[in-house]
Design a protein. Sequence first.
Lengths: 143, 143
Amino acid sequence: MLSNSSKYAIKAVLYLALNSSEEKRVMVKNISTAINVPQAYLAKLLQELSKERIISSVKGPKGGFFLSSLNLQNTLMDVIDVIDGKKRLNSCVLSLEKCDLDKPCPLHNIISPVKHKFIYNLQNKTIKDFSLEIKSGISFLPL
Amino acid sequence: MLSNSSKYAIKAVLYLALNSSEEKRVMVKNISTAINVPQAYLAKLLQELSKERIISSVKGPKGGFFLSSLNLQNTLMDVIDVIDGKKRLNSCVLSLEKCDLDKPCPLHNIISPVKHKFIYNLQNKTIKDFSLEIKSGISFLPL
DNA sequence: GTTAAAACATGATAAAAATCATATTTAAGA
DNA sequence: TCTTAAATATGATTTTTATCATGTTTTAAC
Ligand code: FES
Ligand code: FES
């Protein structure tokens, strides 16, 4: 469903949503210990996200990563798209060429409606939305 | 979500549900070309399923694999359990230790209800049920 | 300007998953 | 009984994914 990389990226982005701002940048080292993922690996992921403008960064001393208010309007699907590409989440559970209503695979009917709901939320809830849920205690950012 | 191996196994089992019987055994070679998966790889998977009595087999000439009427009462979850183990499908989308209602990860609320419905069907619809759907044209066995 | 702290870029290694290969056992049929 | 066709068992190889390592660039502070 989601690659390990995407999971890491999502955790990191949500961590930034809660703990960073234009003025308060946070560096990989701190993110990686906070969300418990290998630093060098995470660095690579964050760089990809930064290049695609999903997150923001500044180099040098006092530098680090952060989410601009614009970044907060992105969705987790944007994150996933950058890390995993578009096809992974949209492909058929049985890896058919195309998940197609005209010729659904045997599992299509029990997964498709359900999966669309998931995808819908991923591309309609903003990162800000998720961070608000965490702040209000509806969900929790994993250690 | 599902490993490649599970996908292959599911396709093979459903193929057997439609095309085999106690008297009409079918050999890996034929299954593998029909569902388009590497023969040697599939052989290994079928042997695991056979050992766990999810499918039936007889050795030697005129031998092959088939589904007994008892086998038809199994569910696809039984297949998945053998190939992927129990934990894979039940684990948290963000790979938390435990997918836990008390401390749900940020994605829990958008994936959990959805996933449970999927799992429910996997463990309550029999292989026979799926084969009937395919026979009646509701779904299609992938090439 | 020099230094140092950070991201950035690139490539090497390790681990896991998928795939392939080959020898052994079983049973049908001549 | 002998041959042959099938599953079974086991291990090797390849590919993908995850992880680690190291050098380069940018920028703040002195
Ligand atoms: S065709 Fe397989 S999930 Fe839609
Ligand atoms: S806690 Fe992550 S999916 Fe339930």
